[in-house]
Design a protein. Sequence first.
Length: 261
Amino acid sequence: MPVPTLRDRLRAREIVLGSFVFEFGTPALPRIAAAAGADFLVLDTEHSRFTWSDAAGFFAAARGAGLPALVRVNTVAYEPIARMLDLGAEGIMLPRVDGPEAVVEAIRAVKYAPLGERGTCFGIAHDDYRTGDPVAKAAAANARSVLVVQVETLRCLEAIEEIVAIEAVDVAWVGHFDLSFAMGLAGEFDHPRFQAAMDRVAAACAQAGKSAGRLVTSVAEARHWIERGYRCLSFGHDVSLYQGALARGLAAIRGEFADPK
């Protein structure tokens, strides 16, 4: 029986858990994350320094570890999206989406015809350098590639029902800081209007059979959002996880031996 892809699991609205990568984009990290039981990683290229070569090595390692690696790009333009997919990314996260038109534009690069206009090149990184029927490969890639739309602007929030109804969209991911700023509620995550926005995204996804996603930093926070309908969660990111674990360990040791005699 075929192993479900990440997209299959998202469409089944399973709970899937992963993490972001902002700094430690080495080929070892996907193997470490896979060993830890992660369902996916997101390589960030919106706020980070990663080069095309960095991304290619990261995706190759992730594919070797059997761990889906998505990439957050910084534009809906064709070239970076299609190129990241050709390098081996399993999906695309689109930041600062400003409405359905931006999503439709991005789909051109994410999907091959007849669903999009992604340029065809086979026997390279994205299909593991294998030979085979190009038509079958294109169909398989269309079925597998994940599209995550970030809800970070008012226009995106106001059109969320229309956006998640687009067939190629798999996840609506709330960028909670950006959305709170856009709503004039910077950092006020407990504000009733912000809470209503979070519920609106979850309800729209449930109605469309898609997954709502966001970042969490604790088990309690994850439980809270899962109970409110969120199914795709990032447990922090590489910097926060390393820094947090190191800070807790150092503080514990210093607390134990603060005044050695």
